[in-house]
Design a protein around this ligand. Structure first.
Ligand SMILES: Cc1cc2nc3c(=O)[nH]c(=O)nc-3n(C[C@H](O)[C@H](O)[C@H](O)COP(=O)(O)OP(=O)(O)OC[C@H]3O[C@@H](n4cnc5c(N)ncnc54)[C@H](O)[C@@H]3O)c2cc1C
Length: 432
């Protein structure tokens, strides 16, 4: 018996490779490049649509812990990400093309995975199915998912940050440094602003035109950690200075002092020729974006290779639809994985793809499906999306607040170390 996987993104690719590892065949159905999503640019599987960073790699951070758990569970995509990593301080950032190409090559050469280039417009009625069609699920499939779940899909918007050519940055003003000098070598480019420069930047930003939302997008709900800079700016003049433009921990070598605000850029490709603007998601009209970026000190002559844009994000109401094994409550051989389950983020999407793959294989071989304890980040995430009594269910990424039971330790650093050690202990001695 075969598993049908709908969507060859991060979750679908990980699921297919996990199934193959267990000797289970799958049809991995991906509609690109013939049909695109609006955000993807290539025909590769597992394309990263925005930032090239999978978040912190420090096992004593929530996102780093999830990565470490995935390594111990034998995640293929995290292994490939490690192999394609670029310098990014404490974060795991990758050369996006190398990474996606590697995933595609591995899947193409695996003879248990049949790659089908087609848009799937129905949920197959028989055999196990994994729906991993992502936040930009095609409309025809989204309609069928709504029919299945019996609820309207919820939606909101993510925003993409612009990418700049390194050669066009003025290093007489910009400087390289990691916040609090963490990491081996300085990975970030920092564009410092004085109070006067910030005020000019702020006035330009709040007066810049945005791309108009379509009628069906008017009631947009933004995910808090992906808010566009223009939305943050409207909350108050200093909101950005306490958010993505915070200057703390970044000493300007020219003055030996911290600045009033700092725009950070992070390496985007292996060759280090491209840098993305950290936390600078925006939906401003492109000429206005260019004007705004070029009023940032150090970016006066910036060459923008990719402008910021915003996109729809589709996800199901998992607390009503799914069990923590990621199986649908009313059809046990139907699994959901990735961002469509209401987890948020690249690593979280890979993680749920891994679990859906392992559990679909388990179901086929008559074994028990797995639920990890809530002391692990993976278990806690799955528990949160499937159990929480959310008045207003919104996607979630890995964070310490999910882990149960809490650990009593006042010192935050020590507490995180204890939580991390407790989680990793669960996986020691297990074989997957
Ligand atoms: C614009 C945008 C920016 C984002 N930026 C970030 C970020 O910077 N950092 C971060 O951690 N997360 C980000 N996310 C969130 C999320 O981590 C990514 O979307 C991630 O790729 C989700 O993984 P996935 O496997 O669930 O979906 P995807 O990786 O999107 O994979 C789904 C696949 O399904 C295919 N598909 C869709 N419908 C069909 C169909 N009917 N038939 C066949 N194939 C289909 C798509 O073409 C796609 O390849 C962003 C999301 C969006 C929308």
């Amino acid at each position: 018996m075969k598993v049908t996987i709908i969507g060859g993104g991060l979750a679908g690719s990980e699921a297919a490779l996990q199934l193959a590892k267990k000797g289970v065949r799958s049809d991995l159905c991906e509609m690109r490049p013939d049909r695109t999503t609006g955000a993807h640019k290539t025909g590769y599987l597992a394309e990263l649509v925005c930032s090239n960073s999978l978040g912190s790699n420090d096992p004593h951070s929530a996102s780093g812990l999830l990565k470490q758990e995935l390594r111990m569970l034998g995640s293929f995509l995290i292994k490939f990400a490690d192999e394609c990593s670029v310098s990014a301080g404490n974060a795991l950032a990758v050369d996006r093309d190398l990474f996606a190409q590697k995933v595609t090559d591995e899947i193409k050469k695996n003879n248990l995975i049949n790659l089908v280039n087609a848009e799937i417009t129905e949920i197959p009625a028989h055999n196990p199915v994994i729906i991993s069609s992502g936040p930009l699920t095609s409309d025809s499939l989204a309609k069928k998912i709504i029919e299945f779940t019996g609820r309207e899909n919820l939606y909101f918007f993510d925003a993409i940050a612009p990418v700049i050519e390194r050669d066009s940055i003025n290093f007489e003003k910009a400087f390289t440094a990691n916040r609090y000098n963490k990491g081996d070598s300085p990975a970030y480019i920092n564009c410092p602003m004085s109070r006067e420069e910030y005020e000019i930047f702020y006035e330009t930003l709040v007066n810049s035109p945005v791309i108009e939302l379509k009628e069906f997008e008017k009631n947009a709900k933004f995910f808090e950690s992906c808010l566009p800079v223009e939305v943050l700016a409207k909350r108050g003049k200093d909101t950005l200075r306490y958010g993505p433009l915070k200057p703390v921990g970044l000493t300007d070598p020219r003055t030996n002092r911290e600045n009033y605000a700092v725009v950070q850029l992070r390496q985007d490709n292996k060759a280090a020729t491209l840098y993305n603007m950290v936390g600078f998601q925006t939906n401003l009209k492109w000429p206005a974006q260019k004007q705004l970026i070029q009023c940032i000190p150090g970016l006066e002559n910036a060459t923008i290779t990719r402008f910021g844009v915003m996109h729809r994000n589709t996800f199901i109401h998992s607390p009503s639809v799914l069990m923590p094994t990621l199986q649908a409550k009313n059809r046990r051989e139907l699994f959901f994985a990735g961002q469509i389950t209401g987890v948020e983020g690249y690593t979280e999407s890979i993680a749920t793809g891994l679990l859906a793959g392992i559990n679909a294989a388990g179901l086929l071989s008559g074994q028990q499906t797995l639920i990890f304890p809530q002391t692990t980040m993976l278990g806690a995430l799955c528990s949160y999306i499937t159990h929480e009594e959310h008045g207003n269910f919104q996607p979630i990424n890995s964070n310490w607040g999910l882990l149960e039971p809490p650990v009593r330790q006042k010192n935050k650093k020590l507490r995180h170390e204890l939580l991390s050690e407790r989680a990793l202990e669960v996986y020691r001695g297990l074989s997957f």
